[in-house]
Ligand binder design. Structure first.
Ligand SMILES: Nc1ncnc2c1ncn2[C@@H]1O[C@H](COP(=O)(O)OP(=O)(O)OP(=O)(O)O)[C@@H](O)[C@H]1O
Length: 552
């Protein structure tokens, strides 16, 4: 075969013999096409060039055919399959993973990733199903996940479903993002909808006893971080009537969408819980979320990197019915949240929590986010603070915070109930629970007269159930938990009758000055005597004396 060098030489010779002047700068218009044609003819007369050309044409045809076949195959498969993608940071991804873990045919998969991820669920609901398996203990259940970039085929209701977990690098920072892809042999979306309904229903059923907690991530999107078991309202001990008032108001609000729409009032409700630390504000919100079946979205105003526009995005993206929780709303600004130290300049360090890190949330940004044009309808906002007086009146006005509820240090009633809750078994407690309900009902009826006004959405209400409201030092629960373990409790705690427990509880509450200690502090104290109710009563006076010396 002729080398390129030889071919070029032959071409030059041919050009010379045809009187083509390669150096000629201005060939005439008639000679160029004729010369070009003769050159092409000449070039074709070389077998090597002819072969290259053939190769080029055949290769081109093959590539075009390949593309056509792939395009045809794509459209044929598209018409036979329905494909759905589930992104990792979306709730539907968790539903699908949970659904997958429940599929009998998935249990037979032989190439799997083992994970302790619970997809926001309590670990009990996940694979493997063999309860005898020592790996399958309650604390760290394992689940079988599809391996990254592997494709699996499973059968669901006699249909073939292909499952692929794809991991891709996206964005400027090369963040890995995961997608779960389902391809279903079906011509309509109906079957996919069936799967989605089934997956969501199963997930919700597994979630029934939990509430989901969401927090915002650095890109200002909501991320599901945990599921917590619902806390019963009975376990929160407040002065009679308060719990009923709050739950009644929230229920009434959730059922009043039309009422709000008819009157043109934004369908939103805000509760401001303020007062002594450790008095049950957070616990009550948690418990209410479970009672109302709502998820909790925690808005941390002091999160690094959160600015006004980020806050507004987060509030706009809240789901229609949920609890938005802003804890320690005063702490977002070091000197209290007020117009005077409104932070309007980005990068200003005024009013920030940690000194050098700028806090970029301004009061006007917060107010706009709460009830501006983008604010979500149907949400319930709970804000908590220990410094009620440091809050700006604009933040507390009706429409933003409709109900203000003060939480005080423990009353004698609360101390007595806490004692009973500690030392009475649940069956006995139910007996006393009836009495508690009765008291609450009585109290409620006295509050009922003013209740319809509270839910009108147009007034801000201050609930004050007596007492002074001064704060006391908090006691460390951690410290007291070290002293006893649940096993010890079960073994050695004496079984008190209802009558004995009531007597001791009355003595305990008699020994406690009204509104002197927080419920958290009393709980901490009782934790150190969790198996010794008599000592808990006898030792209280000396504990109190020590505490008072410690705080003076
Ligand atoms: N009224 C109450 N009834 C039952 N338990 C309570 C009550 N108040 C506080 N506790 C217990 O004390 C602990 C702290 O309570 P919680 O976090 O709800 O208080 P808080 O008012 O939100 O405190 P802070 O203002 O410091 O955030 C919890 O373990 C909770 O069980």
């Amino acid at each position: 075969m002729a080398t390129i060098h030889q071919v070029v030489e032959q071409l030059l010779q041919a050009a010379n013999s045809s009187n083509i002047s390669l150096a000629s700068p201005t060939p005439t218009s008639q000679t160029v096409p004729a010369n070009l044609a003769s050159m092409i003819g000449l070039a074709l007369s070389f077998s090597a060039l002819r072969d290259w050309l053939k190769l080029l044409v055949v290769g081109g045809i093959l590539e075009t055919l390949r593309r056509i076949i792939f395009a045809l195959w794509g459209s044929v498969t598209d018409s036979l399959f329905v494909t759905a993608h589930f992104k990792y940071d979306d709730d539907s991804y968790d539903w699908m993973m949970h659904w997958l873990s429940k599929q009998p045919s998935w249990k037979k998969a032989r190439n799997v990733q083992i994970s302790t991820s619970t997809f926001g669920l309590s670990p009990v609901v996940l694979l493997p199903s063999n309860d005898e398996d020592p790996l399958n203990d309650e604390s760290r259940k394992i689940s079988y996940l599809p391996n990254v970039d592997e494709t699996y085929a499973i059968w669901y209701k006699y249909r073939w479903v292909q499952v692929t977990r794809i991991q891709e690098q996206t964005g400027y920072y090369g963040r890995m993002e995961e997608t779960l892809r389902l391809r279903i042999l079906s011509r309509s979306n109906e079957f996919l909808n069936d799967i989605l309904r089934d997956a969501k229903r199963q997930y919700m059923a597994a979630q029934e006893n939990n509430i989901s907690i969401y927090v915002s991530d650095t890109s200002n999107s909501w991320r599901h971080v945990a599921s917590r078991p619902k806390r019963s309202l009975q376990s929160i001990i407040l002065d009679p009537g308060l719990k009923d008032l709050l739950i009644g108001d929230a229920r009434d609000f959730l059922e009043s969408k039309e009422w709000y729409a008819d009157r043109g009032i934004p369908f939103r409700r805000g509760y401001l819980l303020y007062g002594a630390p450790g008095s049950g504000k957070t616990s009550l919100i948690h418990s209410l979320a479970g009672e109302l079946g709502l998820d909790v979205y925690i808005i941390s105003l002091s999160r690094t990197g959160l600015d006004d526009s980020g806050l507004s995005t987060l509030i706009t993206e809240l789901p229609e019915k949920c609890i938005a929780l802003m804890e320690d709303i005063d702490a977002a600004f070091h000197h209290g949240l007020s117009r005077e130290n409104d932070v309007s300049d980005e990068g200003s360090t005024e009013g920030n929590i940690d000194g050098p890190t700028p806090n970029r949330i301004s009061l006007s940004g917060l107010l706009n986010a709460l009830d501006g044009i983008g604010a979500q309808e149907g949400r319930i906002l709970f804000a908590t603070t220990n410094k009620y007086t440091s809050l700006d009146p604009a933040l507390c006005r009706p429409g933003r915070m409709d109900l203000h509820i003060e939480f005080k240090l423990a009353s004698k009633y609360q101390a007595e109930e806490l004692f009973k809750r500690f030392y009475l078994p649940p069956s006995e407690r139910n007996g006393s629970g009836k009495a508690e309900v009765k008291v609450e009902d009585d109290e409620k009826s006295s509050l009922d007269s003013g209740f319809s006004d509270l839910s009108s959405g147009s007034s801000s209400d201050l609930i004050d159930l007596g007492g002074s409201g001064t704060t006391s030092p908090d006691f460390s629960e951690k410290e007291s938990q070290v002293h006893a373990t649940p096993a010890l409790h079960r073994k050695r705690a004496p079984k008190l009758t209802h009558c004995q427990a009531s007597k001791l509880a009355a003595q305990f509450s008699d020994a406690i000055p009204d509104r002197a200690f927080s419920m958290a502090a009393l709980q901490g104290y009782l934790m150190t005597y969790k198996t010794r109710p008599y000592e808990a009563v006898n030792e209280f006076a000396s504990w109190m004396a020590k505490e008072r010396v410690g705080t003076n």
